[in-house]
Design a protein around this ligand. Structure first.
Ligand code: COA
Length: 379
């Protein structure tokens, strides 16, 4: 009988593909059919008119709020206010050169509460909201500091999405921009046992605190094979410049041994369903006159990439992933490409925290084994 040990021994399993590491009630990623379901809700349904606060309610507390998400709005606002008050102590962390380094360092500086200590969040919802608030406030503060600007204080009356845009620019976003960013944040909030979520769960499984688990998630998300792809996607679109140059540019990239960013996925064998959701969000933004003019060009590049990749890898379906249209959407919203991965973290921290809470309930240490292939003891 095939055992897990025999399955992971080959190179093809070096990334633990196909291995079910644990059970979760949070999301189902169906790679064959291109479906993503969060606690019984299709991601497209949640993203349409949804909010990150409502996604938090669903993932952390088990059901969508009857009131459309405002139940957690106050908790998220408190999380932002808590983080903003810490900014004067985070000068060195926020001076780091990249947004993800700054986010990792500033989040690591948060006080970790392992028990009933003074200043601890009153509930797990408050703890999650505090972490979600911190990621949004620190990302926005880094973006402003990197341009020599003072941070903008959060506004408790705003939704998390609107306030993130406000804290970046200092002005209120349009309703269309708020909707588009909210769709994005919901779309990326949760996605099965991806690398950063797994990292966060491993840390949580040791009984460590939630801040440490989120810092682990941030470290994993930074990598270009995971959340680091959308900035390079935008660089690619800039470099291609015109649709008729796409095929030649992409072929040259593959000839040079490089991967096409925003294409391919470990689990999906069809188009990433999140790419569809984000494409619709860009369409709606463009219809409102709020940006997204690059969408036809991006579609042309996607088409060319599919053709070139199909020629090179006929046996492997390589399609657009979430990062491809993330780049187009966040750019349309005027978000600096240096901030794309950090903005991904603004949404994903909600999923990470849901997994931390689920892992705490399981109480089981995650500790796999390795197969030793080094030298034997010499006699
Ligand atoms: N561009 C070019 N070739 C790609 C590719 C891409 N984006 N994605 C996969 N391939 C190739 C691999 O090089 C491999 O070729 P080989 O068999 O000749 O070695 C083949 O397709 C199979 O890839 P595989 O190793 O099964 O993919 P994976 O499951 O390890 O990769 C990703 C998943 C996401 C890491 C990969 O598709 C990738 O690097 N994409 C670009 C980065 C990106 O967009 N990341 C965001 C993910 S949401």
């Amino acid at each position: 009988m095939e055992t897990i040990k025999s399955r992971i021994s080959g190179k093809k399993s070096a990334g633990l593909e196909g291995i079910v590491a644990l059970e979760t009630e949070l999301s189902e990623v169906d790679g064959e059919h291109g479906r993503l379901v969060l606690r019984g809700h299709e991601v497209a349904e949640l993203a349409r008119g949804g909010s990150l606060e409502a996604a938090g309610e669903l993932l952390w507390n088990g059901a969508l709020p009857a009131d459309g998400g405002s139940a957690l709005r106050g908790a998220f606002a408190e999380g932002r206010a808590h983080a903003f008050a810490l900014l004067p102590r985070l000068d060195a962390a926020l001076a780091l050169p990249t947004a993800m380094d700054a986010l990792r360092a500033s989040t690591a500086a948060l006080e970790a509460h392992d028990g009933d200590t003074a200043g601890a969040p009153a509930s797990s919802t408050a703890e999650g909201a505090r972490l979600a608030g911190a990621v949004a406030v620190f990302a926005a503060a880094w973006a402003r500091k990197s341009r020599g600007l003072a941070p903008v204080a959060p506004d408790p009356e705003r939704s998390h999405a609107a306030d993130y845009l406000r804290m970046l620019t200092g002005t209120d976003p349009s309703a269309a921009a708020e909707r588009a960013l909210a769709s994005y944040l919901v779309t990326v909030a949760e996605h099965g046992m991806n690398a950063s979520t797994f990292a966060a769960r491993v840390v949580a499984s040791t009984g460590s605190d939630a801040v440490s688990a989120i810092v682990a998630g941030l470290g994993a998300l930074k990598g270009p094979l995971h959340g680091g792809a959308p900035g390079p996607v935008l660089d690619m679109l800039d470099a291609i410049g015109r649709p008729e140059q796409a095929r030649a540019w992409l072929s040259a990239e593959l000839d040079a041994g490089r991967r096409i960013m925003g294409m391919g996925h470990r689990v999906y064998r069809v188009r990433d369903p999140r790419a569809d959701v984000l494409e619709r969000a860009i369409e709606r933004l463009a219809e409102s006159g709020g940006g997204g003019e690059r969408l036809p060009f991006a579609r042309a590049v996607e088409k060319a990439a599919l053709a070139v990749l199909a020629e090179r890898h006929p046996a492997r379906a390589l399609r657009a992933n979430v990062e491809f249209y993330t780049a187009v959407l966040l750019d349309a919203l005027g978000i600096d490409r240096r901030l794309f991965t950090a903005t991904f973290a603004v949404g994903r921290v909600v999923g990470w925290y849901a997994h931390v809470a689920e892992q705490r309930r399981s109480g089981r240490l995650i500790r796999p084994e390795s197969r030793y292939v080094g030298p034997s003891v010499e006699h």
